[in-house]
Design a protein around this ligand. Sequence first.
Ligand code: ADP
Length: 162
Amino acid sequence: MKTAIYPGSFDPITKGHLNIIERAAKIFDVVVVCVMVNSDKKNPLFSLEERLHLINKVVGELPNVRVETFSGLLAEYAKRHEPAVIVKGLRAVSDFESEFQMALINRKINPNLDTFFLTASEQYTYLSSSVVKELARYGADLSGLLPEQIVDDVLEKTRNRG
Ligand code: ADP
């Protein structure tokens, strides 16, 4: 059974993320969306538990997609799911540089571990969780950017943050 691990911070999950998950779910037997505790991204909008809940709301209908969380090294986490690959989405050359480096480091730690890159769908190339959070602060229409099940959660959370 081939497992794909799709790691990220998903603060919150966007239509760009969902697009990658749906495409990966057609290629691999199981996709594990892994919400990583990322020390670089301080002060997230949603807690880890809230992000898990939002992702579950969105991927609940996809039979071969699971959601987990992990706070250690991705390469170590992948060993639990062997044989597994990491799936990443590439939006632009700027993504490529850091992702290429991460892929090489992960394989150095775990020589069995490969990374598969899916190019972002054209309509989501500009889309990131940070863009969504910025637009939400100004009350913009988020329906083209977020899965519809979570639009209200994001707007409400943003309002409560002030
Ligand atoms: P962000 O970069 O938005 O903070 P994450 O850290 O959660 O998002 O990203 C997890 C993975 O999803 C990364 O591989 C990232 O390149 C990819 N990704 C994020 N947004 C998109 C998108 N709009 N289209 C395709 N891939 C994306």
